[in-house]
Design a protein around this ligand. Structure first.
Ligand SMILES: Cc1cc2nc3c(=O)[nH]c(=O)nc-3n(C[C@H](O)[C@H](O)[C@H](O)COP(=O)(O)OP(=O)(O)OC[C@H]3O[C@@H](n4cnc5c(N)ncnc54)[C@H](O)[C@@H]3O)c2cc1C
Length: 409
């Protein structure tokens, strides 16, 4: 009998529940597709707890790393369902696309979040009362049974059901009266699918900042119903959710065109935590001289990230390598530069890195003097869809059929 791979030693349940490989991602997609139609539409809001998330796909860690992208997921689903049957599921898949496009055109929303978080880190250190309440929430010791259960599930598995995320964020903000940015950070440090765009904007949505004035209130009856009675008669929850004050969103910064392929003979591929879809890169280019991975996971938070987050992305990147190829892991811009020189590269190509730490590391590299040129290669769906995320999701949603129609082109 073979034991777990060595990288799982000392890890939480997260990597045993979500093995970080392309094979696993494809297997799970194939298993879920038959359930992505009317069954998903009817049952997706039920959260039956750890190990029993049977009515949703649980694909988010794989989609987040782009082992599976929206195109692959949509094609697989529409091979077995009509567009009408799969409408709910595809809308959820495209919510992600929408959030990515929204923040990409307003990158200072992420900068502002990081700025607020650094200020809050000082507050947590200097204010004993805030620190105690924050620690109780993160440790799942608030005395609110479902909230504490979700905190434990998140930390040990790296995943929470969507409904649990909504209830959790609402209780964090409106019952525990903790700053939303600290809650978003707690999620980002533990979620395997933790995403700069989706996480930040979903927390802003619950707080009433994203859809201005419209908040989400967690209610005991709703929790009891959709957790299958696991949490009956929860008491002590806030009975109202007044919107959190925040500045208006910044003006839109238009998306720049993608850099072109093809490439010179001596080029290297630089994967990163935002996109490890090597098979896609290889479909469009000749064989690279070297392949590397830029590691920036720990820059998502001023606190320590759960180790399973970085391990998931790195091992997932290793899982897409052709046989016999090794992956150079590069910690910063100087390491990228040394790697390019070592392999005498004429060009580096990386999958497009949207707003966030991976992009920031690449920007620092590009600012180095005498670096090998870097090009960022963006998927055509992202280039087409993201500029449409100018207003709310519902105007964006109208474009979904046209976006799907472009997949075959
Ligand atoms: C406060 C809060 C924080 C969140 N943080 C993240 C995050 O960091 N990363 C993340 O991927 N999702 C996040 N979500 C969205 C959603 O909860 C997860 O995508 C979903 O629970 C993942 O589980 P699943 O793969 O089983 O989803 P399914 O229901 O099977 O959906 C399929 C796919 O569609 C996408 N999707 C589903 N729901 C949403 C949604 N509401 N918004 C955007 N995309 C969605 C995901 O890629 C998901 O894998 C957050 C939601 C809330 C309320």
């Amino acid at each position: 009998m073979t034991g777990p791979p060595p990288y799982l030693a000392g890890m939480t349940d997260a990597l045993t529940q979500f093995p970080p490989t392309l094979t696993e991602a494809r297997k799970r997609l194939a298993q879920f597709v038959p359930h992505a139609g009317v069954e998903y539409a009817r049952l997706r809001n039920f959260d039956h707890g750890p190990g029993a998330h049977d009515h949703v796909s649980v694909l988010s860690p794989y989609i987040r790393a782009r082992l599976l992208d929206e195109t692959a997921v949509t094609r697989a689903v529409l091979a077995q369902h009509t567009t009408a049957e799969a409408d709910k599921f595809l809308a959820e898949v495209f919510w992600r696309t929408y959030w990515k496009g929204w923040i990409q055109q307003r990158p200072t929303v992420w900068d502002q979040y990081l700025h607020d978080l650094n200020r809050l880190r000082d507050d947590v250190q200097s204010q004993a009362g805030l620190r105690a309440r924050w620690e109780e929430a993160c440790l799942g010791q608030t005395g609110i049974a479902p909230f504490d259960a979700w905190a434990h599930e998140l930390v040990s598995t790296g995943y929470l059901h969507n409904h649990a995320r909504m209830w959790f964020a609402s209780i964090w903000i409106f019952t525990l009266q903790l700053p939303w940015q600290l809650g978003a950070d707690f999620f980002l440090r533990h979620l395997l699918d933790g995403d700069v765009a989706v996480n930040t904007l979903s927390w802003r949505w619950v707080a009433g900042i994203q859809t201005r004035g419209k908040t989400y209130l967690a209610q005991p009856d709703n929790i009891a119903k959709f957790t299958g009675g696991r949490f009956e008669s929860v008491t002590g929850l806030a009975s109202e959710a007044p919107p959190i004050d925040a500045p208006e969103p910044p003006a839109i910064v238009p998306l720049q065109p993608s850099d072109p392929l093809p490439l010179p003979a001596r080029y290297g591929i630089l994967l990163h935590g935002e996109d490890i879809d090597l098979p896609r890169m290889l479909r469009h280019a000749s064989e690279p001289v070297a392949i590397a991975y830029s590691e920036t996971t720990d820059r998502h938070s001023p606190w320590t990230m759960a180790p399973h987050v970085a391990t998931f992305r790195l091992e997932a990147a290793r899982s897409v390598l052709p046989d016999g190829v090794t992956l150079d892991v590069l910690a910063d811009a100087q390491a990228i530069s040394r790697w390019a020189q070592l392999h005498r590269l004429e060009q580096i190509v990386a999958p497009y890195a949207p707003t966030g730490p991976a992009r920031q590391a690449l920007d620092v590299y590009e600012a180095l003097q005498d670096g090998v040129p870097l090009s960022l290669y963006r998927r055509s769906l992202d280039s087409t869809a993201w500029p449409k995320a100018t207003k709310g999701f519902f105007p964006f949603r109208k474009h979904i059929p046209d976006l799907i129609a472009t997949f075959g082109q």
